[in-house]
Write a protein that binds this ligand. Sequence first.
Ligand code: NAD
Length: 675
Amino acid sequence: MSSLLDTVAEPVWIVRVDAARADVRVITIDNPPVNALSFALSDELLAAVEAAERDASVRAVVFTGAGGIFSGGADVNDFMTEPTEGTVTIRDVVARVERGTKTYVAAIDGNALGGGFELALACDYRIATARSKVGLPEIKLGLIPGAGGTQRLPRAIGAQDALQMMLKGESIKAADAQAKGMLDEVAQSDVLAAAQALLTRVLPTEPKRRISERRAQLGVANLGLFATPFVVAQAHKMVPPEENGGFAAHKLIDAVQAAIELPFARGVAREARLFGELVRSAPSLALRHVFFGERELTKIPDLPPAQPLEIKTAAVIGAGTMGTGIAITFAQAGIPVVVIDPSDAAVEKARATIFGMFKYQVDKGRLTQQEAWKLANSITFEDDFAALADADVVVEAVFESMDVKKEVFAKIDAAAKPAALLASNTSTLDIDEIAAATNHPERVLGLHFFAPANIMKLLEIVRGKATSAQSLVTGVALAKKLHKIGVVSGNAFGFIGNRMLFAYEREAIELAEEGVAPERIDAVMKSRFGFAMGPLAVADLSGLDVYRHIERAAGEQLGRIPIVARLVDEGRLGQKSGAGFFRYDKAVGKGREPIPDPHVDELIAQLAREADIASRGDIGDDEIIARLTGALSQTGADLVRTGIALRPGDVDLVWIYGYGFPPHRGGPMWYGEHA
Ligand code: NAD
């Protein structure tokens, strides 16, 4: 390991040390892009702290971060490796600071997250610029803070608030963090100058002020002797069960309980043990797979190098359900958008939806009146295609009919500027055929949003055979700008997600034909497996007429589901018509709650008899899960094999972000391999 003050030719990571004032040492974490606290960096950091501790002329140490960020936390790659004997981790640095004799200050500009914030919490004082955010997001990776965060945060702000913040994994703005007691000061300008000023003030009076020496207060009204057990028991009840998405949450509650009940050192030891259990746990491994999968998305093998086009303005064709959601998505990303639809009724409805949505954001305190007004007004409506002449991207979201789409694309092509990206939101139609209606098929691709488009994170980016590298990378970059998970898909019927959905629904119906009640299939996939809805309730929500339409359009590609046709013939179109696989009653759950219907059971049994399918009474919950997830992973594997999906991880992301596959199970491909 090089010495700290050595000049390293091209450092991958360095810890910079400066003597700002003779008695103050500034240690700068400089490890682009997010100042990750890798093992290697922690080693340097520890050496820098040791050096400061040894130097009698140093009275205070200031930690800060280079490049507009304090630290994004541990290096997630390091979790994959078991630290060997002698490996230095951020936990060792934090422990050394805790034992240190100097005054420690965290001078934060930008994010201080995870291990970064834990280091700050170990300091005597914390100052941050107004734009900074602090947080402990480990739960999102199925972990808990492992460098004392679970023991210090409850001591700093009270157990109840600390638990909430860590369970949500949320980041808190500097001003709020100060109000809660996580920060001592919000610096108005230069955070290092503010740290120096603070030191001048505190060194003579209160040089040491460790959070570890405080007692963790519960932070709730006095419940007497039983307060802690009561609050802890409540907390355990409020998070998902251990075996279904709540593994890390329960450990986090245990750790916070330790912060209340145990002396600091024992609490830290408990935290370390819990962290060790989690880092090897199946849910955390799955969540880290998702984390890395997201970082792979922009990598498209064998693509010639290309620069994405800059997207400054957008146009959406069609002011229906999807067009409205897509327009809101653009507005929220700061991209002004014009929506073109000849129907006054559609435009009126879209306007009402948009204003209603922004009003809701204001009511929830997420936007100010002014911000909402500005965003709503960045969406304009026109009835003439000439209005799209300035748009850098045009997204078509008109009726799902090839004839209508072809006509619309010819008009878009004539009106758009020469470089514009031309996208279709079609769910089932052939992108190549749509592209052929233009003179610029290389600029055409699919941007398949999911309903509601402004909420759902998934965006399938469909690559046609003529789609240019530049168009594709523009689509990928645009997804990021729109805060979506953009997954590239080949131009196959149903793309990645819906193709798998069809296989999944078909398997659910096969189970029903073999005698499993529809409500049981849904209950197992919901309560035991972790989907928000069961497969048959999903079909009812999408509309059985839509399924039937897709079935017809797909020809032989997807196979048939006879029960769907029968239900549609009976006028049972799903939730919207009050009946599908289940019944819906306006008086029960606002008409959204599926109610089992013996008539459907009878219909399924009859179709099964006609098809000579024997009823089996021995189908257990495990078989239901295995068959349904198996249908997904087999179809996913076919999509990867045929190049429609680039990687198994992409398939997993489609199902997690578009169809509610429980993230702690890693997605259908990961689950298929690891369950
Ligand atoms: P919709 O019926 O709600 O809206 C379609 C809109 O297009 C209507 O407002 C109509 O006035 C307008 N329109 C029709 N012809 C037009 C033309 N020539 N010029 C301009 N506007 C025209 O439909 P939707 O549900 O929003 O679906 C739109 C597209 O999105 C379809 O291709 C659909 O397959 C796809 N999609 C839908 C969903 C979904 O869940 N609804 C999800 C993903 C993709």
